[in-house]
Design a binder for this molecule. Structure first.
Ligand code: UT7
Length: 325
């Protein structure tokens, strides 16, 4: 009994910020951003908006899509890197907005691979017979931790949330195979220096910008392609499938050049790759479930299709999951 996706949902904030808007804030250009990343716009929360709202709306849409009442969910998982509060995280606030009074919940922190890790974890729990229905949300308010004076990072990120409702299904459907990996030697490629217990917040950490996301872009770039290739091949092997069986590849939406290189290494045509990076930018744990939801709702992904989702991110974590829809 594997975990079948019976519903999906997503949410993007209303405020759309273009590359031209960013030209007014940092020394950059629309031409540079499009050529080096493939991104043209991103959606950002207003400072007054509650970040939990994104996960609540995406999760509600997934429940509506599946025609399932939230109270029937056995376990609720939120993949996020930057929770509403360091303690107790994001999951209790989103659970509250969904009216999940008795449902257990937890945050899962595994970099931008959080949604793929979450799928693997949820599948394992369902296979073990512990839960019939698990709601998995990827929600990320990256605008709240972005240094808007740092052109090397601020052009890359967007806010958003995506959700998938998983239910115990037949062995021939749902998650057919998964593979997750880690490389802790690259832990500082993407990190937030302060605010954790190693370097708690104080006036110096604020002055030094220690509460912003730092990224060694070129290092991430070099690692991402071989990692997602390895994970994709391993997950397909676990599913006893090969690349010719794959209808759709949904890679983490980090950079279009990374996605193009991955496609070449895997030998997958661009027509079989789902991307929304140009419009949505990198929304970390939300990137794959938003792309999945959009492609299900617009009819590209159909029932019975084999979909591979693969991601890499802070940690460094990486992984892939193969799903029959
Ligand atoms: O979820 C995982 C998250 N991370 C990623 O997926 C990011 C992976 N990395 C990347 O996408 C790319 O490394 C970046 C897009 C971040 C950078 O592209 P790059 O081709 O690796 O550029 P670079 O860092 O080597 O910088 C090249 C030049 C530098 O100028 P100098 O030192 O050669 O004069 C940068 O200062 O481009 C400059 N630059 C910019 N110029 C205009 C960096 N950012 C910008 C910018 N606008 N926004």
């Amino acid at each position: 009994m594997g975990a079948k996706i019976i519903g999906s949902g997503s949410y993007l904030p209303e405020k759309c910020v273009t590359n031209h808007d960013l030209e007014q804030m940092v020394d950059t250009s629309d031409e540079w951003i499009v050529r080096r990343t493939g991104i043209s716009t991103r959606y950002l929360l207003e400072p007054s908006e509650d970040p939990a709202k994104m996960g609540i709306i995406a999760a509600k849409r997934a429940c509506e899509d599946a025609r399932v009442s939230p109270e029937t969910i056995g376990l609720f998982i939120v993949a996020t890197n930057f929770p509403d509060m360091i303690c107790p995280g994001s999951s209790p606030f989103i659970a509250s907005g969904l009216g999940l009074d008795q449902t257990p919940f937890f945050d899962l922190k595994a970099g931008c691979s959080g949604f793929v890790y979450g799928m693997a974890v949820a599948d394992g729990l369902i296979r073990a017979g512990l839960y019939q229905r698990i709601l998995l949300v990827g929600s990320e308010a990256l605008s709240r931790v972005t240094d808007w004076s740092d052109r090397k990072t601020c052009v890359l990120f967007g806010d958003g949330a995506g959700a998938a409702l998983l239910e115990a299904g037949e062995a021939s459907e749902g998650v057919l195979g998964s593979a997750i990996f880690g490389d802790n030697e690259k832990a500082l490629l993407l990190h937030m220096p302060a605010g954790g217990t190693r370097t708690p917040a104080n006036s110096s950490t604020v002055e030094e910008g220690g509460h912003f996301l730092k990224m060694e872009g070129a290092g991430v770039y070099r690692s991402a392609v071989p990692m997602m290739e390895r994970a994709t091949r391993a997950a397909l092997a676990a599913a006893s499938l090969d690349l010719g069986d794959v209808d759709w590849l949904i890679p983490h939406q980090g950079n279009m050049r990374i996605i193009d290189s991955l496609a070449v290494r895997l030998g997958v045509d661009n027509e079989r790759i789902i991307t929304n990076l140009d419009r949505v930018a990198n929304t970390s744990t939300a990137s794959i479930p938003i792309a999945l939801d959009e492609a299900r709702k617009d009819g590209r992904i159909k029932s019975g299709d084999v979909v591979v989702m693969t991601a890499f991110g802070a940690g460094v974590t990486y992984g892939a999951v193969v799903v029959r829809m």
